[in-house]
Structure formats: C-alpha cells, structure tokens
Design a protein around this ligand. Structure first.
Ligand SMILES: Cc1cc2nc3c(=O)[nH]c(=O)nc-3n(C[C@H](O)[C@H](O)[C@H](O)COP(=O)(O)O)c2cc1C
Ligand SMILES: O=C(O)C(=O)c1ccccc1
Length: 363
C-alpha cells in the first residue's frame, strides 16, 4: 500500500483511516451487501459520465455556495447519516458535528449515533442539522425520538426507506461483528438489550436492526409522522421514478436518491444511473439529493449536472473523523469544496446553478 503523509485527496484519507480503525469495524464501514456489486457500481457509474468544459467564461470568482431548504451552505456537500461514529473516533458524532459546522456544512446524524441527539445538536452549535430516522417497531420509542429531535432544534426529519430489513452483510457475519460497550446506540435504550443476542450466521448489528426496524410501514404511515412533528420530511433511499412521484404526492420536502452506499439491495446499477429518471419524475417539485460513491469535486459536479441539488458523503466523512477528529471532518469537506471550485473553473460554470445538463455527456 502507498504511504501517505499529507492527505491530498479522499483516497489518501481512506488509506490513513484504514490504518486507524480496527478490522471488524473497518469492514462494517467499508463493506456492501452480498457480492458488493452495488458498492462497485456506485463508483463505476461516475466513469461513464464526462464533463463538457466551456471556455472563455469569467471564472475568476467560482463559488460552491448554495442554499438547501433555506439553509445557506458553503458547498452542496452534506454529511450523510452513518451509524456508530465511535467506531472511527472516541469523540464520535460530537466531533463530526463540530467538523461539519466549521466547514459550513449540513450534517444529518444517524438515529444509531453513539451520543444522544441533544448532545450532537449542542456540539454543532448554530450549524444546520437534520435528524435521520429509522421507523422503529416500538411506536412509543419512535415517537419519543421524533419529539426529542423536534425539541433539540433539528430542522428536518430524514426517514430512511431503503432498509425495511438490513442488507446481507457477509463481512459482518464472517467477523461475527459485535459492538463494544462504548459503541452502543445512545438514542435507543431498548436496543442495547439486543446487542448480546446474535442469531446464527448473522452479526449482532444486523440482528439488532432487524428487531428494531418496522418492516410493515407503508406510504399511509407517513401521515402519522407528519402529525407527530411539524418538521419537513425528507425521504432517503428513493431509487425509482414511481417512488419519487409518490414521495412528491405525499408532500415531502426533499428526497435522497440512494442505495445506502451499496449496503442494502445488491443491485448491479449505480445510483448515478438512477438519478436522471428520478430528476425527471420530480420535475422540480422538491430538491433532489444524491449519494453513493462521491469521492471528488469532479464527482460532485457530475451529480449536480445530472440534476442533483446537493450530494451526501458517507464513508469519506468517517475517514476524516478517524484521521483527525473534528478537524479531519472539516478537512475532508473543505477538500471536496476546493476540488469542486477548481472543476467549476475548468468547465466554465462559476456557480452551482450554472452546472446544468449541458455540462455532461456520456463518456
Ligand atoms: C458505516 C455506514 C453506516 C450507515 N448508517 C446509516 C444509517 O444509520 N442511516 C442511513 O440512513 N444510512 C446509513 N448509511 C448510508 C449513508 O447514509 C449513505 O447513504 C452512504 O454511505 C452513501 O454512500 P458513500 O459512503 O459511498 O458516500 C450508512 C453507511 C455507512 C457506510
Ligand atoms: O449499517 C448500515 O448501513 C445501517 O444503516 C445500520 C444502522 C444501524 C444498525 C444497523 C445498520
């Protein structure tokens, strides 16, 4: 493996992080479902889209700044919800919240955080934050988390809809992954009892989520959530035009095109290939966010050109966290912003709004 002193790109952060995170936690973070086809497809899709550079445009002042649901952001890169940040760093989500705030970025903590959502909110200070949710079996416990997020100053709820069950995580099963006592989910007290129960051929993490998630919910149940909280609702894990239309019809504030970083359905198609049909179906009726395999500013520009209003990064934020705590998260986000602004200059699109469909073609 190449030695890295000073990380110059996200691949460097990955190499440095890998050396810091213990093997079974690394596999949980890096891995995908099944044969990891979806994981690979997310990256491969970017290789098939080319940017179309325009020249002799005034690019002396390119800016990645943008607004999303009323938030002014330094760049269209958002920190995706990922579980268990103490796997990467002892300060966990508290450091991620500080790091994102310092970069002027929006952070979406997972409901499976290692610090209580109130503490994560406080660590982020005045920075914008949305709370990710899985719909829990225990409706009382679920409602309580929703109430807490509403009270703690989160400005949207992000319901993840691509995980009625957990994907087939072979790495975790082979590692017999269990969480250390200092890496338990802090928002879900009942879930902690489940951590010691592991069924044959499965990891404790998978068993726990199977028991916690409600796989029976449908579009009709969204009304319950809207009654419970006045916060705007974002659906994460939309991967078809049909569901994008249904989401808009159900009044969502935004959707996230995602395959959960290739960790759920092991489909041989990248999310970038799905993005255009969803953008067409939504037809400007709400913002469309995108995630899966975004690793450079070039990737961000491609996703924006295909119609995304913003992108999320999952694993890269964890690499930054592992390498440098809050400062590492900030560094990763600033690096992506700097890369994006350089690409914007090179393609003659000095603002986020100017990166339209004319900026891409199939390679
Ligand atoms: C370690 C890990 C944990 C994750 N946990 C959650 C989660 O708790 N809730 C959720 O909605 N998505 C979760 N995701 C999916 C991310 O939000 C995001 O969709 C994905 O990581 C994007 O792909 P990328 O890692 O290639 O950027 C997780 C992803 C990873 C890698
Ligand atoms: O690992 C995941 O992708 C994930 O979303 C999750 C979160 C909490 C428990 C189990 C899985």
């Amino acid at each position: 493996m190449r030695m890295v002193d000073q990380p110059l790109c996200l691949d460097d952060f990955e190499a440095l992080a890998r050396a810091k995170i213990r093997q079974d936690y690394w596999d949980y973070i890096a891995g995908g479902a099944g044969a990891e086809r979806a994981l690979a497809a997310n990256r491969a899709a970017f290789a098939r889209i080319a940017l179309r550079p325009r020249v002799l445009v005034d690019v002396s002042a390119c800016t990645a700044a943008t607004t999303l649901l009323g938030h002014e952001l330094a760049s269209p890169v958002v920190v995706a919800p990922t579980a268990y940040h103490r796997m990467s760093h002892p300060e966990g989500e508290l450091a991620t919240a500080r790091g994102a705030a310092d970069a002027g970025a929006l952070y979406i903590p997972s409901i499976f955080s290692n610090y209580p959502l109130e503490d994560v909110a406080a660590a982020g200070g005045a920075a914008p934050r949305w709370q990710q949710l899985y719909w829990l079996h225990d409706r009382e416990a679920f409602g309580a988390v929703v109430d807490r997020a509403t009270a703690a100053g989160y400005s949207a709820l992000v319901l993840t809809v691509d995980a009625p069950v957990i994907g087939l995580r072979l790495r975790d099963a082979r590692n017999a992954l269990t969480l250390d006592a200092d890496t338990l989910p802090a928002n879900l007290f009942a879930a902690q009892d489940l951590l010691t129960t592991r069924s044959e051929g499965s990891s404790a993490v998978a068993t726990q989520s199977l028991q916690a998630f409600d796989a029976s919910i449908t579009w009709d149940d969204l009304a319950w959530l809207r009654d419970r909280s006045p916060l705007p609702l974002v659906l994460k894990g939309i991967a078809t035009a049909e569901d994008a239309r249904l989401a808009v019809e159900h009044g969502v504030a935004a959707i996230v095109v995602s395959n959960h970083g290739g960790r759920q359905l092991d489909n041989p198609i990248g999310t970038l290939d799905i993005l255009p049909e969803v953008v067409e179906a939504v037809a400007g009726r709400c913002p469309v966010l995108f995630d899966g395999g975004v690793r450079t500013g070039h990737d961000v520009a491609v996703a924006l050109a295909l119609g995304a209003d913003a992108v999320l990064v999952g694993r890269p934020a964890l690499w930054g966290l592992a390498v440098g705590g809050a400062a590492g998260v900030t560094q990763v986000l600033r690096l992506l912003q700097t890369e994006l602004e350089r690409v914007m200059a090179l393609i003659g699109r000095p603002t986020v709004e100017s990166i339209d469909a004319s900026a891409v073609r199939r390679a």
